[in-house]
Design a protein around this ligand. Structure first.
Ligand code: FES
Ligand code: FES
Length: 157
């Protein structure tokens, strides 16, 4: 199939790729750019493991074509830490022991950052509702909610 040039801005870095138009952002990140922190769970928009941010909003990278993200600011889990320091949400997940196998964790963290930024982390119930698109096969939900609550409180203080 014919390839097209696709320019992606990821975590502040510019990348020029030649991709088939059907290539998803998830496959471009993982297979072409080696950014494997973003996970492939279902590849059908049902688990949230592939959550990244585009222009600050969470999207499912498995349902987004790489070409659709051209010229927009993409942030992946690899882009959250600053100058070697974990993002507060990453630190809260660690402190609250909010993972077991860790497969869902990068998607959970990307969703949590957006959830807090959207102002949807006001209560445990609200956190559960707005994090409902991120599944955890290990059932770490109570710890995940605790981590989001902790990070949201730190943001507010
Ligand atoms: S891999 Fe994208 S939602 Fe499951
Ligand atoms: S920690 Fe294993 S799937 Fe969530």
């Amino acid at each position: 199939m014919t390839k097209i040039p696709v320019h992606l801005d990821i975590n502040g870095q510019h990348h020029e790729l030649q991709l088939e138009p059907r290539v998803t952002l998830l496959d471009a990140l993982r297979e072409r750019l080696g950014l494997t922190g973003t996970k492939k769970g279902c590849d059908h928009g049902q688990c949230g493991a592939c959550t990244v941010h585009i222009d600050g909003e969470r999207v499912l990278a498995c349902l987004t074509l790489a070409a659709q993200a051209e010229g927009r600011a993409i942030t992946t889990i690899e882009g959250l830490a600053r100058e070697g320091a974990m993002h507060p949400v990453q630190a809260a997940f660690l402190e609250q022991d909010a993972f077991q196998c860790g497969y869902c964790t990068s998607g959970q963290i990307m969703s949590a950052v957006a959830c807090i930024r959207e102002g949807h982390a006001g209560s445990d119930e609200e956190i559960r509702e707005y994090m409902a698109g991120n599944l955890c096969r290990c059932g770490a939900y109570p710890h995940i909610v605790a981590a989001v609550r902790q990070a949201a409180q730190e943001y507010a203080s």
